[in-house]
Ligand binder design. Structure first.
Ligand code: MG
Length: 246
């Protein structure tokens, strides 16, 4: 943590009566793995989230770039609201999924590109991911290919992520997801607290800071958040402490 970001303070304890908690998944609740399907889910994570949600009057939501079905699998035991695919789909919020034209063709093109270049293709329910972690020298090629896809499939946008380039439906983002959630009970009127680790989380961290709450940046890197935790293990400790204190 050598960068002078001004976001070095650990977050304060959660206030069960006042806070709404929004949590990213990968790199926030669980450690990033070499492959997206190789993450290790801590035992009881889903149940812990359920208990915390109960303490917060239901004002806890997962906000992730992952597909909703994956989140539901990984967080079995948590039945609360979830926003997946960067905001394009959700559970328990009465929102219709954003499903642009050409999804199947886009996914086929992505899969072919990965097969040709030895990259890992991550299928997602409303887009996909091109992972160059195993071949970082192909970052530029991958980013160019993704940009080309958005001209062929104008309903989709490029989303840069950690060692990956994603295509997701246009017009969605995590800060827009928070804006949407803030108008839905029981989130309405509560102080927004958002925790996330990636560039995709920065708009949401900034949104929480700008709306009377605060952001918690997980890991290194410049951020709009006023607080920081080193790694998912520290996030889980912070959440566990909230369960005892609330
Ligand atoms: Mg993340």
């Amino acid at each position: 943590m050598s960068e002078p970001t001004g976001a070095e303070d650990a977050p304060p304890a959660l206030n069960a009566a006042q806070d709404a908690l929004f949590l990213d998944f990968d790199g926030c609740l669980v450690e990033i793995a070499p492959r997206p399907d190789a993450i290790i889910i801590p035992k009881e994570l889903g149940k812990t989230l359920t208990r915390l949600s109960e303490r917060l009057g239901g004002a806890l939501a997962i906000v992730s770039g992952r597909s909703l079905p994956e989140l539901e699998t990984y967080l079995a035991g948590f039945d609360g609201p979830m926003v997946g695919s960067h905001g394009a789909e959700s559970r328990g919020l009465g929102q219709e999924a954003v499903r642009p034209e050409g999804l199947a063709d886009l996914q086929q093109a992505m899969e072919d590109f990965c097969a040709e270049n030895g990259l890992l293709y991550e299928p997602k329910s409303l887009g996909g991911g091109l992972h160059y972690r195993a071949k970082p020298e192909l970052q530029l090629l991958t980013e160019r290919f993704a940009a080309e896809l958005t001209t062929r499939f104008p309903g989709f946008e490029v989303q840069l992520a950690k060692m990956a380039v994603e295509l997701r439906p246009g017009g969605v983002s995590k800060d827009r997801a928070l804006e949407m959630l803030s108008h839905i009970a029981p989130f309405t009127g509560r102080r927004p607290v958002y925790a996330g680790d990636d560039v995709t989380d920065e708009p949401a961290l900034a949104w929480a800071e700008a709306h009377g709450g605060f952001g918690v940046k997980v890991g290194d890197g410049a951020t709009a958040a006023s607080h920081r935790l080193a790694a998912p293990a520290q996030v889980r400790t912070w959440l566990a402490a909230a369960l005892e204190d609330c």
